[in-house]
Design a protein around this ligand. Sequence first.
Ligand code: DGP
Length: 121
Amino acid sequence: MAYDQNNIFARILRGDLPCKKAFENEHVLAFHDIRPLAPVHVLVIPKGAYTSLDDFHEKASEAEQAALMKAIGQVARQAGVAAGGYRVIANTGGDGHQEVPHLHFHVLGGRPLGRMIGRPE
Ligand code: DGP
């Protein structure tokens, strides 16, 4: 899938749309989800134009890949959920119900999150 330069997270990265920033470095931006599903719900994204995890693994540098992984841990610690536990989710593609076509990790915590996914109906 070609990268859509006008997806919402690309616009946030360009500064065209506001976000409530949680963390930033050279390769990564993290900000609070606009529709939080838990007391802590932060989205961690690479600054590079990658649609999905596959795209990221194929094209991103080692430095970008390491920075994203490290940032997820930093965000969890900074948000105060590292000790109590949290969940990291990367919805990917159609079956994964990915809404925004820019790679992002959801970091969720601050309450018991229940089982990973519901059973199919
Ligand atoms: P996903 O289904 O994994 O692609 O989830 C996309 C998430 O992005 C969803 O939880 C809501 C969030 N989101 C959508 N638009 C915006 C926005 O403009 N700002 C912020 N902060 N989050 C957004």
